[in-house]
Design a protein around this ligand. Structure first.
Ligand code: SF4
Ligand code: SF4
Length: 75
């Protein structure tokens, strides 16, 4: 499981990450950032795998991906 946070004032709404996400977790929102761009929103329906394709393709380093660490089973 993964989670993505958007640094909204870095996003310029280019949509590259929206296209890159295999799980369709990202979309351009209707809110505007300080630069006047409609920035990306992360919609976690429990489908984010933490693959980080979105963060890798973003030219503005506007996305941070967190992966949930698997818990080790106690012996
Ligand atoms: S980490 Fe992967 S699955 Fe999650 S939003 Fe980014 S591209 Fe989509
Ligand atoms: S790739 Fe980066 S700049 Fe482009 S829409 Fe996604 S978060 Fe915003």
């Amino acid at each position: 499981m993964g989670k993505v946070t958007v640094i909204k004032d870095r996003c310029k709404g280019c949509g590259l990450c929206v296209e890159a996400c295999p799980q369709h977790n990202l979309s351009l929102g209707k809110k505007f950032n300080a630069q006047g761009y409609a920035y990306v929103q992360f919609d976690n329906k429990g489908k984010c795998t933490g693959c980080a394709f979105c963060a890798e393709i973003c030219p503005d380093l506007a996305l941070k991906v967190y992966r949930e660490a698997k818990q080790k089973k106690k012996a």
